[in-house]
Design a protein around this ligand. Structure first.
Ligand code: KG4
Ligand code: ZN
Length: 340
C-alpha cells in the first residue's frame, strides 16, 4: 500500500489565520480558518499591523485546532507547508516563523508556497487539474491569466496593470457606501438591479491578456458625482449591475480567448472573486459552448485558506523543493519560480 503524505499547512498572508491538514494534496482532514474581517471593517480595509497582531495571538490555537480536528499529532505529519508570499510582510512573517519552529522542533521538511499557487491548487481539492489549462486568478490583490502545461508550471500570460479586480469591487463598494469587503455585497445587489449605465470595458491592445480596472472604477465614481450634482436619485443596485457586467464581460472574453488560442482542456478559476455569482454563471455558459471543462472551487475554498496551501505544498514536496531555517516571508514573489 502506498504511503499517505500528510501536510500541515499554514496561511497568514492577509487577514485570515488558517491551518489545515491535507492528505496527498487532495483530501482535507481539517481546514481551520479564523477571519479577522470584523476587526478591519471599521477601518474600511485591512490594517497590516492589526492583522499581524491577530495572527500572533491565534497561531498556536489554530495549529492545535487543525491537528485535533484532523485527529492527528505532529508525529503523523510528513511536512510543513507555509505561504511564503506574496502578501503583507508582517502577516507572512508570523506564519513563516511558526512553520519554521514546527519544522525545527519536530524535524520535518519545510515547504515554501506561493500564495497564488495555493489559490490555483484549491481546485485540485475538488477535481483533478487537467493539463494544459488556463487559470483565471481573481482576488483582492491579483488578477492574472496563467497558462499551465503541467503541475507547478506557471506561465503568466496576462495581469492587471493597475487595480486587482477584488480591489476595484471593494473601492466601488466604499464609494456607494457599502461596508468592507464590498465584493460579496455588490455581487448580491447586482442580481437585483438593472444595467442602466454604460460603464467602459477596457480591452487594452487587441492581442493583450492584460487587464485594467482603474478606469472603470473612476468611471463609476464620476457617474455617481454627476448624478449627485444633478440631484438625481441613485439606486446602488443599478450601479452594482452595470459595474459587475463590465467586469464580468472583460474577464470572461479574455479568459475565453486565452482558452481558445492555447487549446486547453480546462479553465480553472481561483481567488476570492471566483465566488462571484455573475462571473460563475457567465463562465459556465461560455465554457459549455466551447466544450471546455470549468473548475471553480466552492466559495469557502476560493477565499484565503490553508487547505489550498497544503494542496500546492504536496506538489512542491513531490518536486523536492524545500526551505531551510533561513526561509523568510516575501511581500512580492514570482509565480513562475517553480517552473523548470
Ligand atoms: O482571495 P481573497 O480572499 O484574498 C486575497 O488574496 O486577495 O480575495 C478577497 C477579495 C476581496 O476583494 C473581496 O471583496 C472579493 O475577494 N470577493 C468578491 C466576492 N467574494 C469575495 N468579489 C466579488 N464578488 C464576490 N462574490
Ligand atoms: Zn488570496
Amino acid at each position: 500500500m502506498s504511503k499517505q503524505t500528510l501536510i500541515l499547512a499554514i496561511e497568514t498572508s492577509c487577514d485570515e489565520t488558517s491551518v489545515s491538514v491535507v492528505e496527498n494534496g487532495k483530501h482535507i482532514l481539517s481546514n481551520s480558518v479564523l477571519s479577522q474581517i470584523e476587526s478591519h471593517k471599521r477601518f474600511g480595509g485591512v490594517v497590516p499591523e492589526v492583522a499581524s497582531r491577530h495572527h500572533v495571538e491565534n497561531m498556536t490555537i489554530m495549529i492545535d485546532n487543525a491537528l485535533q480536528t484532523a485527529e492527528k499529532t505532529m508525529s503523523d505529519i510528513d511536512a510543513i507547508a507555509v505561504t511564503q508570499g506574496p502578501g503583507l510582510i508582517g502577516a507572512l512573517l508570523v506564519g513563516v516563523n511558526a512553520a519554521k519552529a514546527l519544522a525545527f522542533a519536530h524535524q520535518k521538511p519545510l515547504i515554501p508556497v506561493h500564495h497564488i499557487a495555493g489559490h490555483v491548487y484549491a481546485n485540485q481539492l475538488e477535481q483533478d487539474l487537467k493539463f494544459p489549462l488556463i487559470a483565471l486568478i481573481v482576488s483582492g490583490g491579483h488578477t492574472e491569466l496563467v497558462y499551465m502545461k503541467d503541475h507547478l508550471n506557471f506561465e503568466v500570460i496576462g495581469e492587471t496593470r493597475d487595480d486587482a479586480v477584488g480591489e476595484a469591487y471593494d473601492k466601488v463598494a466604499r464609494t456607494i457606501g457599502l461596508s468592507y469587503p464590498g465584493g460579496p455585497i455588490i455581487d448580491q445587489l447586482a442580481a437585483e438591479g438593472e444595467d442602466l449605465y454604460a460603464f467602459p470595458r477596457v480591452w487594452l491592445e487587441p492581442d493583450s491578456y492584460d487587464f485594467s480596472f482603474s478606469g472603470l472604477k473612476s468611471a463609476v465614481i464620476n457617474k455617481l458625482h454627476n448624478l449627485n450634482q444633478k440631484g438625481e436619485e441613485i439606486d446602488p443596485k443599478n450601479v452594482a449591475t452595470s459595474f459587475q457586467n463590465s467586469v464580468v464581460e472583460v474577464l470572461v472574453k479574455k479568459a475565453m480567448r486565452a482558452c481558445e488560442s492555447y487549446g486547453v482542456k480546462q479553465l480553472i478559476v481561483a481567488g476570492g472573486v471566483a465566488s462571484n455569482k455573475g462571473l460563475r454563471k457567465a463562465l459556465e455558459v461560455e465554457t459549455q459552448k466551447r466544450h471546455i471543462e470549468l473548475s471553480i472551487p466552492q466559495p469557502k475554498l476560493c477565499t484565503d485558506n490553508a487547505a489550498m496551501i497544503g494542496a500546492a505544498g504536496y506538489y512542491i514536496y513531490q518536486k523536492g523543493i524545500f526551505g531551510d531555517m533561513t526561509l523568510n516571508g516575501k511581500s512580492s514573489m514570482d509565480l513562475e519560480m517553480y517552473s523548470v
